[in-house]
Write a protein that binds this ligand. Structure first.
Ligand code: DAH
Length: 339
């Protein structure tokens, strides 16, 4: 038994020395000192020894057990240290490494042009207002003096949600919403999305953007309309820009006009952007119809006003010389990163 103990001591201390993981260490511990372990077995057989042998072997067995336990503890501490070292090494931070750059987004071309247009009008004392995209037939058509059979009301052109509710086809309903809430003087622009039942192609989209403008006060005339919009065109396209007004018809303005600017790409000489005409149509406008003022409880005998509406998408396409409207809404980063 003595030999056996010596052998166990010799062998186990050697094995434990070379162990590198907690798992192996635990296996050895169980093998020697577990319930069915070799050493446990020996301690259990102590009873079979003679009176004289028992204390000697007993003491020896205890010593071997303590030695093994100590060695296991030491090895455990060693492994733990080594693991910590490894971890520290692997988690070392190289402070000289270049940082990971966050890619900064940039503004959509339509937003950029909108920001620019807003700046111009804010500079002339306008405020910015927004209105609902889901609108009532009343605000979108009735209050804007569209007669019962006006073609714009057609289901083919307008997305109806119910008989009385639709996706606004223009930002103009906000003229009425504003005049109902606020009495003159009024000087606002209303940017926003509008919706029409159009097939998508290079120049059409069922969703596009408009900017509405409205000025109401005592003594507002067509001269104010032309002056304001001419200043706007020069601010947007450059000092040399000329404007001209052509008679037109809108239900909610009288008289009505469309405004053209000299083409900023060719200074009015004619190019493919302006289809060789030298001019580009950029907005509709007119003097607010007395019926519309009256509907909003503003006395047309005392007050007058002008309104205008422009298509933001078209202005942006022209500004950046983009040939296809679809590019604006496809969210292709390769396109969007160019602005
Ligand atoms: N709402 C018109 C459209 O969508 C544009 C427009 C024309 C707005 C004349 C106006 C205006 O305010 O006075 O075609």
């Amino acid at each position: 038994m003595k030999d056996k103990l010596l052998r166990i001591r010799e062998e186990s201390l050697n094995t434990i020395k070379s162990i590198e993981t907690f798992k192996q260490l635990e296996e050895i511990r169980v093998k020697l000192l577990g319930k069915k372990g070799e050493l446990t077995q020996i301690l259990r057989e102590m009873g079979k020894l003679s009176e004289t042998e028992r204390p000697v072997i007993g003491q020896m067995a205890n010593e071997v057990r303590d030695k093994i336990n100590k060695k296991i503890e030491e090895t455990a501490a060693f492994i733990k240290n080594k693991e910590l070292e490894l971890r520290l090494k692997s988690e070392q931070i190289d402070v000289t490494m270049p940082g990971r750059k966050k890619a900064l987004g940039n503004k959509h071309p339509i937003t950029k042009v909108l920001d620019e247009i807003i700046q111009i009008f804010v500079g002339m004392g306008f405020s910015i207002v927004e209105g609902p995209e889901i609108e009532t037939v009343y605000y979108n058509f009735d209050a804007l003096n569209h007669d019962e059979f006006h073609p714009a009301r057609d289901m083919q052109d307008t997305f109806y949600i119910t008989d009385d509710i639709l996706l606004r086809t223009q930002t103009s309903p906000n003229q009425v919403r504003i005049m109902e809430k606020q009495k003159p003087p009024i000087r606002v622009i209303v940017p926003g999305k509008v919706f029409r039942s159009d097939q998508i192609d290079a120049t059409h989209s069922p969703m596009f953007h408009q900017i509405e403008g409205l000025v109401v006060d005592k003594g507002i005339t067509m001269a104010n309309l032309k002056g304001t919009l001419d200043v706007f065109a020069k601010a947007l396209y450059g000092e040399k820009t000329k404007t001209k007004f052509r008679p037109h018809n809108f239900p909610f303005t009288e008289p009505s006009a469309e405004m053209d600017c000299t083409c900023s790409a060719c200074n009015g000489n004619g190019c493919n952007i302006c289809k060789n005409s030298g001019w580009i149509e950029i907005l509709g406008a007119g003097m607010v119809h007395p019926n519309v003022l009256a509907k909003c409880n503003i006395d047309p005998e005392i007050y007058s006003g002008f309104a205008f509406g422009m298509g933001l998408d078209r202005i942006s396409l022209l500004k950046y010389d983009i040939s296809d409207l679809r590019l604006m809404f496809e969210n292709d980063k390769r396109f969007l990163m160019q602005f």
